[in-house]
Design a protein. Structure first.
Length: 430
């Protein structure tokens, strides 16, 4: 029997300092990941033992009924942990997959560097590497990767995506995983695109109240991004003084997006200027390679396959963006308070989202903040400007939170308790 770790009693917390409480939260979160990973190690050890036993049960009619080791273990877990059979089977499958196919992910989980959301994201992307592909006619073909090739692809996925993952939110890690998946196999993206476009749909489901409905559907990513940007542009245009606030009719920004969709159906409304920013290598645009690209709309920031980037860029306005060999945007500064459009574009190209740790608000929907305040002789330069969503901008300006640049790429946030959190955005996908 293993003794549980000693934890502070809840009634001791009111007397703890703020910094001590934050330290406790960090410790508990890491320990929860460590314990979850230990559970998976224990499940896998039991699975191997049950498989080795390979039991056979004799039925009433004398026939031998073979049960797999996983089935025997699932029943044991159901009884011991009071969980459903499907839940037990899922734990067994996850334990085996992480142990055999994604050992680096399990190690990071066991070290407390990842939590369950990160692990699920890696598992989901890893499964796509083994997905069957279809040809242009929709016929099933072989899996994208198999056997040794699949193991190498999964190892490359971990090697690329787990570096610094302890600093990433789940959304940020998913974005990195998507980029790496696309780089590992453009063929996968092309084939599933055919399959998904063939199955596109729009569905209306009536809600229980009988007065509202859910709208859902599946459509090509390129058109979805354009539609998303269009609806946001319409909603912003109806309340230009405060685009994301409540308008004179009491409508939120989300409600105005719905009205814009209904106006589109009715053939009324306006057609605002729509901005979808695509950061893509020139070699990819020219078809010389299939490197993924970064796309930022007013509501989304994500990595997309090369073909989506080419479709979006085909009808857009192109601007050249120069970087140094490691992906830093090259620019010159100015002493004016408001950055020029030239500088603003470079800042938002360098940091595609708000720079607060884990925040994924697109940079074009953020304030450009002077890290060293302008009133304290902070220059309006590429190095001293950073996108911050309105909430985190206010946090930095009006509270004891502080931001400083890291020596290379990224930023360090220091909380009022003295804890530091580094955020390091991936370089542009050149």
């Amino acid at each position: 029997m293993f003794a549980p770790a000693a934890l502070p009693a809840p009634d001791t917390l009111p007397g703890a300092r703020d910094a001590a409480l934050v330290d406790l939260l960090i410790t508990l979160d890491r320990e929860r990941s460590r314990m979850d990973a230990l559970v998976l190690h224990a499940v896998e050890e039991l699975r191997r033992r049950r498989v080795a036993e390979n039991p056979g049960l004799v039925a009433a009619d004398g026939d031998t009924v073979q049960l797999t080791g996983e089935q025997v273990l699932a029943s044991e877990l159901c009884a011991a942990l009071r969980i459903a059979d499907a839940t037990a089977a899922q734990r067994i499958s996850t334990a085996r997959t992480l142990t055999e196919d994604l050992p680096a992910t399990l190690d990071a989980y066991a070290a407390g560097d990842l939590h369950i959301g990160h692990v699920k994201a890696v598992l989901a992307t890893s499964e796509l590497l083994a997905q069957r592909v279809v040809d242009g006619d929709g016929n099933d073909q072989d899996p994208l990767y198999a056997e040794d090739a699949l193991r190498r692809a999964r190892a490359e996925l971990e090697k690329t995506c787990l570096v610094g993952a302890e600093l990433l939110s789940v959304r940020q890690l998913r974005r990195r995983l998507t980029r790496t998946l696309t780089r590992l196999s453009a063929r996968h993206t092309l084939r599933t695109k055919v399959q998904r476009e063939a199955g596109r749909f729009v569905r209306i489901d009536v809600c229980d109240d009988g007065l509202t409905a859910h709208l859902s559907g599946l459509l090509p990513l390129t058109e979805a991004l354009r539609l998303d940007a269009f609806l946001t542009g319409c909603a912003d245009a109806t309340n230009p003084e405060d685009p994301r606030g409540i308008d004179g009719k009491g409508r939120s920004h989300a409600a105005r997006r719905v009205d814009a969709l209904l106006d589109l159906h009715a053939g009324s409304g306006t057609s605002p200027s729509v901005h979808v920013h695509v950061t893509v290598a020139a070699t990819t645009l020219l078809g010389l390679d299939d490197e993924p690209a970064d796309v930022v709309t007013p509501t989304l920031a994500l990595s997309v396959p090369a073909e989506v980037a080419r479709d979006l860029a085909a009808c857009g306005t192109w601007r050249r963006l120069l970087t140094d060999p490691v992906g830093n945007v090259v620019d010159v500064g100015t002493r004016t308070y408001r950055p020029s459009a030239h500088i603003a574009r470079r800042v938002r190209a360098r940091d595609a989202t708000c720079i607060f740790p884990g925040c994924t608000r697109p940079a074009q929907n953020c304030d450009l903040d002077h890290v060293v305040p302008f009133a304290q002789d902070g220059p309006t330069t590429l190095e001293n400007l950073a996108p911050q969503c309105r909430h985190h901008h206010r946090l930095k300006t009006h509270t004891r939170w502080q931001v400083t640049p890291l020596p290379t790429r990224g930023w360090r946030w220091t909380s009022p308790t003295g804890h530091t959190y580094d955020t390091n955005t991936d370089p542009p996908p050149y």
